[in-house]
Design a binder for this molecule. Structure first.
Ligand code: SF4
Length: 348
Protein backbone atom coordinates (compact mmCIF):
# COMPACT_ATOMS: atom_id res chain seq x y z
CA UNK A 1 0.00 0.00 0.00
CA UNK A 2 1.25 3.46 -0.87
CA UNK A 3 2.07 5.59 2.13
CA UNK A 4 0.78 9.15 1.84
CA UNK A 5 3.81 10.97 3.23
CA UNK A 6 3.93 13.34 0.28
CA UNK A 7 1.21 14.56 -2.09
CA UNK A 8 0.97 12.72 -5.41
CA UNK A 9 2.50 14.46 -8.38
CA UNK A 10 0.78 15.46 -11.59
CA UNK A 11 1.02 12.63 -14.12
CA UNK A 12 2.04 14.78 -17.08
CA UNK A 13 2.27 13.11 -20.48
CA UNK A 14 5.25 13.65 -22.76
CA UNK A 15 3.07 15.93 -24.91
CA UNK A 16 2.08 18.08 -21.93
CA UNK A 17 5.71 18.41 -20.81
CA UNK A 18 6.78 19.37 -24.33
CA UNK A 19 3.98 21.94 -24.45
CA UNK A 20 5.36 23.73 -21.39
CA UNK A 21 8.94 23.51 -22.62
CA UNK A 22 7.90 25.18 -25.87
CA UNK A 23 5.66 27.71 -24.16
CA UNK A 24 6.56 31.37 -24.63
CA UNK A 25 3.43 32.75 -23.01
CA UNK A 26 4.66 34.60 -19.90
CA UNK A 27 1.30 34.38 -18.17
CA UNK A 28 1.04 30.61 -18.63
CA UNK A 29 4.59 30.12 -17.44
CA UNK A 30 4.03 32.32 -14.40
CA UNK A 31 1.05 30.13 -13.50
CA UNK A 32 3.32 27.09 -13.77
CA UNK A 33 5.91 28.67 -11.45
CA UNK A 34 3.20 29.71 -8.97
CA UNK A 35 1.82 26.18 -8.92
CA UNK A 36 5.31 24.73 -8.42
CA UNK A 37 5.89 27.06 -5.46
CA UNK A 38 2.54 26.10 -3.97
CA UNK A 39 3.42 22.41 -4.28
CA UNK A 40 6.83 23.00 -2.67
CA UNK A 41 5.29 24.92 0.19
CA UNK A 42 2.77 22.15 0.78
CA UNK A 43 5.66 19.70 1.19
CA UNK A 44 8.37 21.81 2.84
CA UNK A 45 6.50 24.72 4.39
CA UNK A 46 8.86 27.69 4.42
CA UNK A 47 12.01 25.53 4.77
CA UNK A 48 14.80 25.32 2.23
CA UNK A 49 17.62 22.78 2.60
CA UNK A 50 21.32 23.44 2.00
CA UNK A 51 24.36 21.39 0.94
CA UNK A 52 28.03 22.25 1.36
CA UNK A 53 30.11 21.56 -1.72
CA UNK A 54 33.53 19.91 -1.39
CA UNK A 55 35.11 19.37 -4.79
CA UNK A 56 38.19 17.59 -3.50
CA UNK A 57 39.94 16.45 -6.67
CA UNK A 58 39.77 18.06 -10.08
CA UNK A 59 41.70 15.24 -11.81
CA UNK A 60 39.58 13.16 -14.14
CA UNK A 61 40.19 10.27 -16.55
CA UNK A 62 37.23 11.26 -18.75
CA UNK A 63 36.87 13.73 -21.58
CA UNK A 64 33.30 14.99 -21.40
CA UNK A 65 32.96 17.62 -24.10
CA UNK A 66 31.10 20.14 -21.92
CA UNK A 67 33.46 20.05 -18.94
CA UNK A 68 36.30 22.34 -17.91
CA UNK A 69 37.95 19.54 -15.95
CA UNK A 70 38.06 17.02 -18.83
CA UNK A 71 41.35 15.11 -18.99
CA UNK A 72 42.53 16.78 -22.21
CA UNK A 73 42.11 20.33 -20.91
CA UNK A 74 45.48 21.72 -19.88
CA UNK A 75 44.49 23.38 -16.62
CA UNK A 76 45.85 23.61 -13.13
CA UNK A 77 44.42 20.85 -10.99
CA UNK A 78 44.37 19.97 -7.32
CA UNK A 79 43.87 16.93 -5.15
CA UNK A 80 43.08 17.86 -1.54
CA UNK A 81 44.34 15.87 1.43
CA UNK A 82 42.02 14.04 3.81
CA UNK A 83 42.77 16.68 6.46
CA UNK A 84 41.87 19.53 4.09
CA UNK A 85 38.61 17.83 3.11
CA UNK A 86 37.66 17.29 6.73
CA UNK A 87 38.60 20.82 7.70
CA UNK A 88 36.41 22.42 5.03
CA UNK A 89 33.60 19.96 5.74
CA UNK A 90 33.64 20.87 9.42
CA UNK A 91 33.64 24.59 8.59
CA UNK A 92 30.62 24.13 6.33
CA UNK A 93 28.78 22.09 8.97
CA UNK A 94 29.53 24.70 11.63
CA UNK A 95 28.11 27.32 9.26
CA UNK A 96 24.87 25.35 9.11
CA UNK A 97 24.77 23.25 5.93
CA UNK A 98 22.61 20.11 6.12
CA UNK A 99 24.86 17.75 4.17
CA UNK A 100 28.36 17.47 2.75
CA UNK A 101 28.47 16.86 -0.99
CA UNK A 102 31.79 15.12 -1.67
CA UNK A 103 32.39 15.73 -5.36
CA UNK A 104 35.27 14.54 -7.49
CA UNK A 105 36.33 13.94 -11.05
CA UNK A 106 36.93 10.31 -11.96
CA UNK A 107 40.41 10.57 -10.50
CA UNK A 108 42.54 7.47 -11.34
CA UNK A 109 44.38 7.80 -8.00
CA UNK A 110 41.18 7.12 -6.06
CA UNK A 111 40.28 4.21 -8.30
CA UNK A 112 43.75 2.76 -7.63
CA UNK A 113 43.29 2.94 -3.86
CA UNK A 114 39.69 1.67 -4.17
CA UNK A 115 38.33 4.83 -2.56
CA UNK A 116 39.77 3.89 0.83
CA UNK A 117 40.48 7.52 1.79
CA UNK A 118 36.99 8.63 0.69
CA UNK A 119 35.52 5.90 2.90
CA UNK A 120 37.63 7.15 5.81
CA UNK A 121 36.42 10.72 5.21
CA UNK A 122 32.82 9.51 5.20
CA UNK A 123 33.39 7.69 8.50
CA UNK A 124 34.42 10.96 10.14
CA UNK A 125 31.66 13.11 8.58
CA UNK A 126 28.95 10.55 9.38
CA UNK A 127 30.38 9.41 12.72
CA UNK A 128 32.11 12.30 14.43
CA UNK A 129 30.34 15.20 12.66
CA UNK A 130 26.96 13.39 12.57
CA UNK A 131 26.19 14.83 9.15
CA UNK A 132 24.71 13.23 6.02
CA UNK A 133 26.94 12.75 2.97
CA UNK A 134 26.48 12.69 -0.77
CA UNK A 135 29.15 11.23 -3.03
CA UNK A 136 29.69 11.98 -6.70
CA UNK A 137 32.56 9.67 -7.68
CA UNK A 138 31.38 8.99 -11.25
CA UNK A 139 30.96 5.42 -12.44
CA UNK A 140 32.40 2.94 -9.92
CA UNK A 141 32.22 -0.83 -9.55
CA UNK A 142 29.36 -2.50 -7.71
CA UNK A 143 31.85 -3.67 -5.08
CA UNK A 144 32.81 -0.08 -4.29
CA UNK A 145 29.14 0.96 -4.24
CA UNK A 146 28.57 -1.87 -1.72
CA UNK A 147 31.25 -0.38 0.51
CA UNK A 148 29.70 3.10 0.34
CA UNK A 149 26.27 1.63 1.05
CA UNK A 150 27.61 -0.34 4.02
CA UNK A 151 28.94 2.96 5.45
CA UNK A 152 25.38 4.35 5.23
CA UNK A 153 26.46 6.95 2.71
CA UNK A 154 23.20 8.78 2.16
CA UNK A 155 23.35 9.73 -1.51
CA UNK A 156 24.95 8.69 -4.77
CA UNK A 157 24.84 11.43 -7.41
CA UNK A 158 25.49 10.38 -10.98
CA UNK A 159 24.22 12.61 -13.76
CA UNK A 160 23.38 11.29 -17.17
CA UNK A 161 22.96 14.92 -18.41
CA UNK A 162 20.76 13.64 -21.26
CA UNK A 163 18.85 10.42 -21.82
CA UNK A 164 19.13 10.71 -25.60
CA UNK A 165 21.77 8.04 -26.22
CA UNK A 166 23.12 9.65 -29.37
CA UNK A 167 23.56 13.00 -27.67
CA UNK A 168 25.03 11.26 -24.61
CA UNK A 169 27.71 9.69 -26.79
CA UNK A 170 28.62 13.14 -28.12
CA UNK A 171 28.83 14.60 -24.62
CA UNK A 172 30.33 11.83 -22.53
CA UNK A 173 32.97 10.68 -24.97
CA UNK A 174 33.78 6.92 -24.89
CA UNK A 175 31.53 6.32 -21.88
CA UNK A 176 28.73 3.79 -21.65
CA UNK A 177 25.19 5.09 -21.26
CA UNK A 178 24.01 1.76 -19.83
CA UNK A 179 26.88 1.37 -17.37
CA UNK A 180 26.13 4.81 -15.97
CA UNK A 181 22.42 4.07 -15.60
CA UNK A 182 23.17 0.66 -14.07
CA UNK A 183 25.53 2.13 -11.45
CA UNK A 184 22.91 4.50 -10.07
CA UNK A 185 20.09 1.97 -10.04
CA UNK A 186 22.41 -0.54 -8.34
CA UNK A 187 23.20 2.06 -5.65
CA UNK A 188 19.49 2.73 -5.21
CA UNK A 189 18.79 -0.97 -4.80
CA UNK A 190 21.49 -1.09 -2.14
CA UNK A 191 19.57 1.49 -0.13
CA UNK A 192 21.24 4.72 -1.20
CA UNK A 193 19.18 7.69 -2.32
CA UNK A 194 20.10 8.73 -5.85
CA UNK A 195 20.39 12.03 -7.63
CA UNK A 196 19.95 12.21 -11.39
CA UNK A 197 20.77 15.32 -13.41
CA UNK A 198 20.44 16.92 -16.79
CA UNK A 199 22.16 19.72 -18.60
CA UNK A 200 20.03 22.19 -20.53
CA UNK A 201 21.32 23.78 -23.72
CA UNK A 202 23.61 21.08 -25.12
CA UNK A 203 21.63 20.45 -28.30
CA UNK A 204 18.76 18.47 -26.79
CA UNK A 205 15.16 18.79 -27.99
CA UNK A 206 12.13 19.47 -25.76
CA UNK A 207 11.18 15.81 -26.39
CA UNK A 208 14.57 14.73 -25.01
CA UNK A 209 13.97 16.74 -21.85
CA UNK A 210 10.48 15.28 -21.50
CA UNK A 211 12.00 11.78 -21.78
CA UNK A 212 14.55 12.69 -19.10
CA UNK A 213 11.86 13.95 -16.73
CA UNK A 214 9.87 10.75 -17.13
CA UNK A 215 12.96 8.52 -16.74
CA UNK A 216 14.00 10.38 -13.57
CA UNK A 217 10.70 9.34 -12.05
CA UNK A 218 10.97 5.78 -13.35
CA UNK A 219 14.37 5.24 -11.72
CA UNK A 220 13.09 6.75 -8.47
CA UNK A 221 15.60 9.56 -8.28
CA UNK A 222 15.01 11.36 -4.97
CA UNK A 223 16.97 14.39 -6.05
CA UNK A 224 16.71 15.85 -9.54
CA UNK A 225 18.90 18.62 -10.83
CA UNK A 226 18.97 20.67 -13.98
CA UNK A 227 21.71 23.10 -14.84
CA UNK A 228 22.08 25.38 -17.83
CA UNK A 229 25.13 24.65 -19.92
CA UNK A 230 27.99 27.12 -19.39
CA UNK A 231 30.71 27.14 -22.09
CA UNK A 232 34.08 26.14 -20.66
CA UNK A 233 37.38 27.57 -21.80
CA UNK A 234 39.56 25.04 -23.59
CA UNK A 235 36.74 22.52 -24.08
CA UNK A 236 35.38 21.48 -27.50
CA UNK A 237 32.14 23.33 -26.63
CA UNK A 238 33.75 26.60 -25.57
CA UNK A 239 32.05 28.50 -28.40
CA UNK A 240 28.58 27.14 -27.68
CA UNK A 241 26.20 29.68 -26.20
CA UNK A 242 24.70 29.38 -22.75
CA UNK A 243 20.90 29.12 -23.08
CA UNK A 244 18.48 31.64 -21.59
CA UNK A 245 17.44 30.56 -18.11
CA UNK A 246 13.77 30.17 -19.01
CA UNK A 247 14.34 26.53 -19.98
CA UNK A 248 16.08 25.64 -16.71
CA UNK A 249 13.39 27.38 -14.64
CA UNK A 250 10.58 25.65 -16.55
CA UNK A 251 12.24 22.29 -16.01
CA UNK A 252 12.58 22.97 -12.26
CA UNK A 253 8.87 23.83 -12.08
CA UNK A 254 7.87 20.71 -14.03
CA UNK A 255 10.02 18.49 -11.78
CA UNK A 256 8.36 19.99 -8.72
CA UNK A 257 4.83 19.51 -10.06
CA UNK A 258 5.47 15.96 -11.27
CA UNK A 259 7.46 14.85 -8.21
CA UNK A 260 6.44 16.95 -5.18
CA UNK A 261 8.65 14.99 -2.76
CA UNK A 262 12.03 15.34 -4.48
CA UNK A 263 14.89 17.61 -3.59
CA UNK A 264 15.52 20.04 -6.44
CA UNK A 265 18.66 22.14 -6.26
CA UNK A 266 18.95 25.84 -6.89
CA UNK A 267 22.63 25.55 -7.70
CA UNK A 268 24.84 28.57 -7.03
CA UNK A 269 27.22 27.11 -9.59
CA UNK A 270 25.39 28.39 -12.67
CA UNK A 271 24.72 32.09 -12.01
CA UNK A 272 26.19 32.55 -8.54
CA UNK A 273 24.17 34.05 -5.73
CA UNK A 274 22.23 36.30 -8.14
CA UNK A 275 20.56 33.23 -9.64
CA UNK A 276 19.20 31.92 -6.35
CA UNK A 277 15.90 33.75 -6.14
CA UNK A 278 14.58 32.76 -9.59
CA UNK A 279 15.34 29.09 -9.02
CA UNK A 280 13.66 29.07 -5.62
CA UNK A 281 10.69 30.89 -7.17
CA UNK A 282 10.46 28.13 -9.78
CA UNK A 283 10.04 25.45 -7.08
CA UNK A 284 13.55 24.46 -5.97
CA UNK A 285 13.85 23.46 -2.30
CA UNK A 286 17.58 23.05 -1.87
CA UNK A 287 20.59 25.36 -2.19
CA UNK A 288 23.71 23.60 -3.45
CA UNK A 289 27.30 24.57 -4.21
CA UNK A 290 27.86 26.46 -0.98
CA UNK A 291 31.64 26.96 -0.71
CA UNK A 292 33.55 28.94 1.94
CA UNK A 293 35.49 31.92 0.53
CA UNK A 294 39.25 31.67 0.01
CA UNK A 295 39.21 27.96 0.77
CA UNK A 296 41.05 26.98 -2.41
CA UNK A 297 38.15 24.71 -3.41
CA UNK A 298 36.33 25.18 -6.71
CA UNK A 299 32.85 24.92 -8.17
CA UNK A 300 32.14 22.98 -11.36
CA UNK A 301 30.22 24.91 -14.04
CA UNK A 302 31.51 28.28 -12.83
CA UNK A 303 34.59 27.10 -11.04
CA UNK A 304 35.37 30.35 -9.22
CA UNK A 305 32.29 32.61 -9.58
CA UNK A 306 31.36 34.29 -6.29
CA UNK A 307 33.54 31.88 -4.29
CA UNK A 308 36.27 34.17 -2.96
CA UNK A 309 33.88 37.14 -2.83
CA UNK A 310 31.97 35.17 -0.19
CA UNK A 311 28.86 34.99 -2.35
CA UNK A 312 28.38 31.28 -1.92
CA UNK A 313 28.03 31.20 1.85
CA UNK A 314 25.19 30.28 4.18
CA UNK A 315 25.13 33.91 5.44
CA UNK A 316 24.48 35.27 1.92
CA UNK A 317 21.87 32.63 1.18
CA UNK A 318 20.08 33.26 4.46
CA UNK A 319 19.61 36.97 3.72
CA UNK A 320 18.03 36.26 0.34
CA UNK A 321 15.77 33.49 1.62
CA UNK A 322 14.61 35.49 4.63
CA UNK A 323 13.69 38.34 2.28
CA UNK A 324 11.49 35.84 0.44
CA UNK A 325 9.79 34.72 3.65
CA UNK A 326 11.76 31.45 3.66
CA UNK A 327 14.16 29.88 6.15
CA UNK A 328 17.12 27.55 5.97
CA UNK A 329 16.29 24.18 7.51
CA UNK A 330 18.35 22.83 10.40
CA UNK A 331 20.32 19.62 10.01
CA UNK A 332 17.76 17.83 12.18
CA UNK A 333 14.94 18.97 9.90
CA UNK A 334 16.89 17.80 6.87
CA UNK A 335 17.58 14.40 8.42
CA UNK A 336 13.85 14.00 9.09
CA UNK A 337 13.07 14.92 5.46
CA UNK A 338 15.61 12.41 4.22
CA UNK A 339 14.02 9.75 6.41
CA UNK A 340 10.62 10.50 4.91
CA UNK A 341 12.08 10.37 1.38
CA UNK A 342 13.57 6.95 2.07
CA UNK A 343 10.35 5.66 3.48
CA UNK A 344 8.32 7.11 0.58
CA UNK A 345 10.63 5.59 -2.02
CA UNK A 346 9.91 2.14 -0.66
CA UNK A 347 6.23 2.64 -1.39
CA UNK A 348 6.34 4.05 -4.90
S1 SF4 B 1 31.92 15.88 -16.26
FE1 SF4 B 1 32.83 14.70 -14.61
S2 SF4 B 1 33.44 12.78 -15.60
FE2 SF4 B 1 33.14 14.27 -17.24
S3 SF4 B 1 35.18 15.17 -17.58
FE3 SF4 B 1 34.09 16.48 -16.11
S4 SF4 B 1 34.77 15.77 -14.13
FE4 SF4 B 1 35.22 14.16 -15.59
Amino acid sequence: MKKEIFPSGEKLSKEQIVHYLNCDDDIELQKLFDLAKKVRNSVCGNKIYSYGFVYFTTYCRNDCNFCYFRASNKIERYRKSKEEVLEISKALIDDGVNLIDLTMGEDPEYHKEEFQSVLEIIDVIKGEYETPVMISPGVISNEIIDRFAERNTDWYALYQETHNKELFSKMRIRQSFEERMDSKTYARDKGMLIEEGLLAGIGESPEDIADSLLIMGDIKASQMRVMSFIPQEGSPMENFKTPTRRGELTIIALMRIMYPHVLIPASLDVDGISGLKDRINAGANLVTSIIPPKSGFMGVAHSTMDVDEGGRTIAEVKVILNDMGLELATKEEYVEYEKQLRSYQRYI
